[in-house]
Design a protein around this ligand. Structure first.
Ligand code: TRP
Length: 336
């Protein structure tokens, strides 16, 4: 059976954290290893610039950081094609063509874009840029240029895939059945909360554990995690249901361990410090092989470059094929 093509990606605006790991990376590795797919991962530098246009250095630096995060968790460049978005000019070209098929009102109604604009008042002031408002169009170009069929996403990305499908249908209606309508596959993984109990783990919130954090950093961060506020002394009976340490034990510790720490907490038999130490140890055990792998690539930057150059070349071949078909359908193929 023909393997289904996956297209996913991340904006390179910071290193990836354990929220990314449980939310998407782990699933990407699993899908890669299943052998049922042909996965592509794009480092969305153009998209990152839509709200970091005034900080190109940050985007540039994080391209390699994010790629090393991918490699460290087990994304295998032999099985998954990793490439840089801005190095596929066909994607920019497609974005222009698609922009005729999208109304301003439809973009303004996109719940993801709407939420993000509200969060970025400081950057955009009273009026959002054309580029930011239109980034779903560019994302539709990312997906369709590569003929992506399956797009594994978190809940927040669903409206973007829906918008992409709208564009595809409209394009195919007007110009002929050229584009593939992608299917969003909602990842079952839930969003990971931050160390402070915030619903979201994120760099700007200062509540994240990064995949590349060293051991001491993890120890320190776990010590700062929010626990049951009513438990002051060890003898106080604790409530693990409102404790971030217990929440992370569920992600990093065995079921048996989780049961034990929760029970001892409820009975006031185990103090928070001991519980945190055990959690930190388990997190470090999970992260250690990733750190080792990352170190390997950090010491060999030319290998990372080679992976990106090869990946980009391969992605571009497909994008060129798509562009040929698109131009033909749009009557833009002037000289055969
Ligand atoms: N919008 C995605 C994010 O912020 C990144 C992205 C860009 C993407 N292009 C894509 C995801 C294409 C899936 C498919 O995480």
């Amino acid at each position: 059976m023909k393997k289904k093509r996956i297209v996913t990606g991340d904006r390179p605006t910071g290193k990836l954290h354990i929220g990314h790991y449980f939310g998407s990376l782990k699933n990407r590795v699993k899908m890669q290893e299943s052998g049922e797919y042909e996965p592509y991962i794009l480092v969305a530098d153009v998209q990152a610039l839509t709200d970091n246009f005034n900080n190109p250095e940050k985007v540039r630096r994080n391209v390699r950081e994010v790629v090393m995060d991918y490699l460290s968790v087990g994304i295998d460049p032999e099985k998954t094609t990793i490439y840089i978005q801005s190095m596929i000019p066909e994607v920019a070209e497609l974005t222009v063509f698609y922009s005729n098929l999208v109304t301003i009102a439809r973009l303004e109604r996109n719940p993801t874009v709407k939420t993000e604009i509200a969060q970025k008042k400081e950057l955009f002031g009273e009026s959002v840029t054309y580029g930011f408002l239109g980034y779903p169009v560019s994302q539709a170009a990312d997906i369709t240029a590569l003929e992506g069929e399956v797009i594994p996403v978190g809940e927040d990305q669903l409206p973007l895939i829906e918008q992409c499908r709208d564009i595809v249908r409209k394009f195919n209606n007007i110009y002929g059945e050229i584009l593939i309508e992608p299917e969003a596959v909602l990842s079952k993984e839930k969003r990971i909360k931050g160390l402070d109990g915030n619903e979201k783990m994120g760099k700007s919130l200062g509540n994240a554990i990064y995949l590349s954090d060293i051991e001491e950093e993890v120890n320190k961060k776990v010590m700062s995690a929010v626990t049951d506020p009513n438990r002051i002394k060890k003898d106080d009976l604790g409530n693990p249901d409102i404790c971030m340490v217990s929440y992370y034990h569920n992600l990093f510790s065995t079921q048996e361990e989780c049961k034990k720490v929760c029970q001892e907490c409820r009975e006031g038999k185990r103090g928070c410090v001991a519980c945190k130490k055990q959690l930190a140890k388990n997190i470090n055990e999970t992260l250690e092989p990733m750190r080792q792998k990352r170190k390997y690539y950090e010491e060999r930057p030319e290998l990372v470059d080679e992976i990106l150059i090869k990946g980009t070349e391969k992605a571009r071949e497909t994008a060129k094929e798509t562009m040929k078909k698109v131009k033909q359908a749009m009557k833009l193929d002037y000289f055969k």
